[in-house]
Design a protein around this ligand. Structure first.
Ligand code: MN3
Length: 207
């Protein structure tokens, strides 16, 4: 099974003015596609070729295949990133189940917003900001990861992610990463998707 580039779940101009069609042309059409092509090239003829994306992320991490892990992690993270956004989304209005869980574990929407902006801004260099559920404790956490790292390989279930590589925001926000993070949380964050991830429960990845 070859790794594939999924279609965007909305039109390229659906998130204007917070994310432009031009950003999607580069970010989805070039960056994400390049990770898919490179992963298929590196996985060809190896044990990883027939694995699901999630299995391949865990397996390449475990075996120290950093070159392939970087591509696989980036495919997985970008797949999740597109789903983590929606038109007319973001802000504090969200499904009650998620709202309650955020209040219990993080201290409410304002605390979540501040934590996501802080984690996204202080991630030095390229990486990701995350809302995850720890599979062992069942608690929600906000964290960041560098480069292609994904909480998936750390026994966490990703609920939502924001790409803070420069290519994610440079066209629309230039160097202003905090402004991008604010707009992302206030206007794009897909809480419906996060609530659905929460509903599914801890992610189990078949060995
Ligand atoms: Mn990216």
């Amino acid at each position: 099974m070859a790794f594939v580039l999924p279609d965007l779940p909305y039109a390229k101009d659906a998130l204007v003015p917070y994310m432009s069609a031009e950003t999607f042309e580069f970010h989805h059409g070039k960056h994400h596609l390049a990770y898919v092509n490179k992963a298929n090239e590196l996985a060809a003829g190896t044990e990883f070729e027939s694995m699901s994306l999630e299995q391949a992320a865990v397996a390449t991490k475990k075996t120290g295949n950093q070159k392939l892990f970087n591509q696989i992690g980036q495919i997985y993270n970008h797949n999740l990133f597109w789903l983590s956004m929606a038109p007319n989304a973001g802000g504090s209005r969200m499904p009650g189940t998620l709202e309650k869980k955020i209040a219990e574990d993080i201290g409410g929407f304002d605390a979540l917003r501040a934590a996501l902006i802080d984690k996204g801004t202080t991630q030095f260099g390229s990486g990701w900001a995350w809302l995850v559920m720890d599979n062992a404790t069942g608690k929600l956490e906000v964290l960041n990861s560098a480069n292609a790292e994904t909480p998936l390989t750390d026994n966490k279930t990703p609920l939502l992610t924001c790409d803070v590589w420069e290519h994610a925001y440079y066209i629309d926000y230039r160097n202003a990463r905090p402004k991008f993070l604010e707009a992302w949380i206030d206007h794009l964050a897909n809480w419906e998707f996060a609530a659905a991830q929460l509903e599914k429960g801890p992610m189990k990845i078949a060995a």
